[in-house]
Design a protein around this ligand. Structure first.
Ligand SMILES: O=C(O)CCC(=O)C(=O)O
Length: 273
């Protein structure tokens, strides 16, 4: 590295980002290129538990749905959906205060969990997430502010051999999906360590990379949205009795369901503490 690489000097610039905290830096990276990496609050023992429980949760869900062949039929194999319903550790990771600080800076103080899924990337096995997508599917527009944040907790090493997560930097700002030539030249494989969060604007085009290693590569994806958006699962119905703090209840969307009548809608506001 030479002195110009290390020492940032510029001219003709009157406005620039300031970066005083880790959160500031994450926000700058997400708003500019669409993604960032943040070390989570969890130690190796917790990540090992989550790894084991992601696999167990998937096995339990396969059994409930009549076997993995039924999930293969609907392109949903090797995904454990809402594993927080089976193991409380997934509630704890969804509540990581370091990740919530970034969500707060991007989405404002009101945000809820739209979905939580464990992605299990098995060597030499196809996965539906191998194909490019936005986490807000079918949307071809951009917004001046971040509308949803995807938070992917890496459980195993992420690199070009294990599959990483591939992104097309800055595509959260462009409406259309790019041409093949553009994709081939600009796709970037994110490398990360177990226990890192890959945080990205949910409108950034991304995909799971092919796993050419000999071990599973797991990640737990969360999508955080403003409360006016409907959740993918009714978490309150699934795990309402397991939520112990008001922060957990708010984040998992308690009280955000559709009111069955206008009177009920008003009454819920009158009864609010
Ligand atoms: O597994 C990954 O690397 C990305 C996961 C993904 O694309 C998703 O959950 O939408």
């Amino acid at each position: 590295m030479n002195e110009l690489d290390d020492h940032v000097i510029c001219h003709g610039i009157t406005e620039r980002w300031s970066c005083e905290t880790e959160t500031d830096f994450c926000v700058e990276e997400i708003l500019t290129k669409g993604y960032t990496i943040l070390r989570s609050s969890f130690d190796a023992a917790m990540i090992a538990k989550v790894s084991q429980y992601a696999d167990l949760s998937y096995e339990m869900q396969c059994e409930k749905l009549g076997g993995e062949q039924n999930l293969l039929k609907i392109n949903d194999a090797n995904i454990a959906r809402a594993p927080c319903a089976e193991f409380d550790e997934f509630i704890e990771i969804a509540m990581d205060p370091k990740m919530h600080k970034v969500a707060n800076a991007l989405l404002g103080k009101n945000f809820i969990l739209y979905s939580q899924n464990a992605i299990i990337n098995i060597p030499s096995t196809n996965h539906y997430q191998f194909t490019w997508h936005r986490d807000l599917n079918y949307q071809h527009w951009t917004s001046s502010r971040c509308l949803a944040l995807s938070a992917l907790l890496c459980i195993d090493p992420f690199d070009a051999v294990t599959g990483g997560t591939y992104v097309l930097p800055a595509t959260h700002k462009v409406e259309k999906f790019p041409s093949d030539r553009y994709v081939r030249r600009n796709q970037t494989c994110i490398h990360a360590q177990p226990g890192d969060w890959i945080l990205f604007d949910s409108m950034l085009y991304h995909r799971t990379g092919k796993n050419s290693s000999h071990a599973k590569r797991r990640a737990i994806n969360h999508i955080l949205v403003p409360p006016f958006m409907a959740q993918q699962y009714d978490f309150t119905n699934m795990i309402g009795d397991k939520l112990t703090t008001s922060e957990e209840r708010v984040f998992f969307g308690q009280g955000r369901g559709v009111a069955s009548t206008a009177t009920e809608w008003r009454q819920s506001r009158i009864d609010r503490p």
